[in-house]
Each structure stands twice: as C-alpha cells, then as structure tokens.
Design a protein around this ligand. Sequence first.
Ligand code: SF4
Length: 133
Amino acid sequence: MILGNIFMQRGFSPKEVNDWFIDSFVDGTPWVMPANVIGMSLFADGGQMSTKPYAAGGAYVNKMSNLCKGCKFDPKVRLGENACPVTAGYWDFIGNNLERFSKNHRMFQSVSGYKRLSDTDAIHEQERTRAGL
Ligand code: SF4
C-alpha cells in the first residue's frame, strides 16, 4: 500500500510499476500483479477493481504504522523543509485529479478537504520541484 500510494501520487507508469513489483518481490507472481498493482494499488484500470483510489497522506501512514517515528519529515506538515512527501504528494495528487474525483462520491471528503486548503498552489509547486522525484 505504501509503495503503491507513492507511485500513484507521483504518476508513475502503471506498466513499469507492475513490472517492477514482479521483478522485485518473490511473491510478485505475474498473473496476479495486474489486479493487485494496476487495479487495486494504482487505480489505473478504469475503476474495475476499486471504486476509489487507495490514496493516503502521511497522517494515515502514521496512524497505521510506526514508520514515521524517527523520520525527518512531519506527517502533519505539507509545506516547507519538514513537509512529508506523502502528505504533500496526497494533496498534489487530489488536486491534479480534481475534475475526475469530483464526479466520484466516494472522493467527496478528499475533494472537499482539498478545496478548503489555502496553500494548494504552493503545494503543487513544491511537489513539482521536490528533489529526486
Ligand atoms: S513522515 Fe516520513 S515515514 Fe511518515 S509518511 Fe511522511 S515520509 Fe513517510
């Protein structure tokens, strides 16, 4: 979920991500990966496997795991030096797909949350220029 979330947020090629999972993991069985990766993880199958993307920000990662303990980023921060790339990436992803997600009632909360943010331009700019991505 963590890897798929980041790949989806950043717009990686579904085929390349699918192939990478097959090559990288012992349980990356080729016949099952398209459903898991392209469908469930990347939401790139036109909504056949899932009715909404499994997208999340750093707050969710922090709630569901201990990965954020000791991380140099803050999962609650979306702008600046300490901005969590998963949190900022989440809002960048929502904003980049706003028209599409506005038509999906299951994305209502995310779309509404995005529209309430006052710093979306800065988030998009930051994520466009984030080093290494
Ligand atoms: S704070 Fe660090 S570990 Fe937690 S989601 Fe953000 S980048 Fe990942």
